[in-house]
Design a protein around this ligand. Structure first.
Ligand code: SAM
Length: 424
């Protein structure tokens, strides 16, 4: 079914009523439920759309929590949507910078726009896909100061007024979360995104006072260097529970003064909701930036290994981790920190080093067998060896577990056998 077929029947009162009357989604019961509804006289297209939506609402709980129950989704729109608590942090940045009216340029199903509207910002959400714009309109229906416009964003600032002196009430901030996939494939070239990155980076020229542009976490750090295309912007990476979820380029009053790169580590708040599901809320464990970034020394592997959080690595801030744990890098080009003390830190996972071996399959196998290790977790940085192939080639038996770290020191390949330690 197309996104339009998934959504259009639900925009009619009888379709919406059917959706709202459905029991909580149960994959095993969906087929039978569909047959019963059709036998009771409900049109097949409406039943199919309502059941699809019921499934999407269940899938969306991980991103938007209990709000999912009152929202509409498209499959693609849900995949591309920001997690609501992360969206709330975008909105908060704009608000703290003094913005009052934000234009969301390419709003998708509207999760970022919902967070902005929920924080009392007026929102003009622009979307060029008709079905997606209809879904965003439904999702923003409770917010009086949010409007959805069916339009191409590259026409902005027409016809929306920018808040220049003398035009009060105009747009004073812009948010862009470009589509970074086409036909289900990820687009690695930022110029292929829609809208393209260079267009988003030109938005300060419209006169808005603050801009945020979501980019791929793997974006080049050099972008924000003084000679880069985003000089003067702050690049902010964010991880949730150790997974890097986004990078955003911030400009104007939404940027952080004196900061080119930052990394924020968030943790899910694990308490269960009333229906037993985990909540989607997050808590900030901390933020690091390149301001005052210490240079890390390089040296021998010590008694402990630290694997920095992905956001810290992407932002190029591993020097802070080394400073905090009193450690050093194993290799100047590789983001593993080692130290002689165990200092639990939110910036890295820590491990006790049990053995340091020169690379060699036979040597590693003999070591692991001797220690009764039957199962290994393989990690690698700076090593060409495929972890899955290594696991197969080791042919281990036994109950013991170990973590094997494949890395290098200069040209020398090394293997560390380590055991995870508790975090802070
Ligand atoms: C990554 S999604 C936005 C997700 C949104 N931030 C959220 O949290 O739900 C990008 C959206 O931009 C829209 N888009 C891409 N190019 C556009 C253009 N030139 N004009 C208007 N919308 C566009 C796509 O249709 C897509 O829905």
């Amino acid at each position: 079914m197309t996104a339009e077929e998934d959504v259009a029947p639900l925009l009619r009162p009888e379709g919406w009523a059917l959706l709202e009357a459905l029991p909580p989604y149960d994959a095993a019961a969906a087929l039978g439920l569909g047959s019963r509804l059709r036998e009771a006289g409900q049109p097949a297209a409406t039943v199919a759309a309502a059941l699809t939506q019921s499934r999407l609402r269940a899938a969306a709980r991980g991103k938007v929590g209990a709000f999912a129950a009152g929202m509409l989704f498209t499959t693609e729109g849900l995949e591309q949507a920001t997690r609501l608590p992360v969206a709330a942090r975008h909105a908060d940045r704009f608000r703290r910078g003094g913005a009052t009216r934000v234009v969301d340029l390419g709003c998708g199903i509207g999760v970022d726009a919902m967070a902005m509207a929920g924080m009392d910002l007026a929102v003009d959400a622009v979307e060029r896909d008709e079905t997606t714009a209809a879904v965003a309109t439904v999702n923003l229906r409770h917010f009086e100061r949010a409007r959805v416009h069916l339009a191409d964003v590259t026409d902005f600032p027409d016809p929306l007024p920018v808040a220049r002196p003398g035009t009060p009430g105009g747009v004073d901030a812009a948010w862009v979360d470009p589509a970074r996939r086409r036909d289900g494939r990820r687009l690695f070239d930022p110029q292929q995104w829609s809208p393209p990155l260079s267009w988003a980076l030109s938005l300060p020229g419209t006169g808005v006072g603050a801009v945020g542009v979501k980019v791929a976490p793997g974006i080049e750090r050099d972008l924000v260097e003084p000679d880069g295309p985003a000089a003067g912007w702050t690049a902010a990476w964010t991880s949730v529970d150790g997974d890097v979820v986004e990078a955003v380029l911030w400009w104007g009053s939404a940027a952080t003064t004196g900061v080119r790169r930052s990394a924020t580590v968030l943790r899910s708040v694990g308490s269960a909701g009333p229906d037993g599901e985990a909540t989607v809320q997050v808590q900030e464990a901390g933020t690091l930036s390149d301001a005052g970034l210490p240079e890390a020394a390089v040296g021998e592997v010590g008694a402990y290994l630290y694997e920095p959080d992905g956001a810290v690595i992407r932002a190029g801030l591993v020097g802070h981790v080394a400073a905090e744990v009193g450690g050093r890098l194993i290799d100047p080009m590789i983001a593993y920190v080692t130290g002689d003390e165990h200092v639990p830190t939110v910036w890295a996972r820590s491990y006790a080093v049990q053995a340091v071996l020169p690379w060699g399959l036979k040597r590693l196998r003999a070591h692991l067998r001797e220690h009764g290790v039957g199962r290994v977790t393989v990690k690698r940085r700076g090593s060409p060896i495929d972890p899955e192939e290594l696991r197969r080639a080791l042919r281990l038996e036994g109950d013991g577990e170990a973590t094997v770290v494949l890395t290098r020191r200069g040209d020398e390949r090394v293997v560390l056998v380590v055991a995870p330690l508790p975090g802070p």
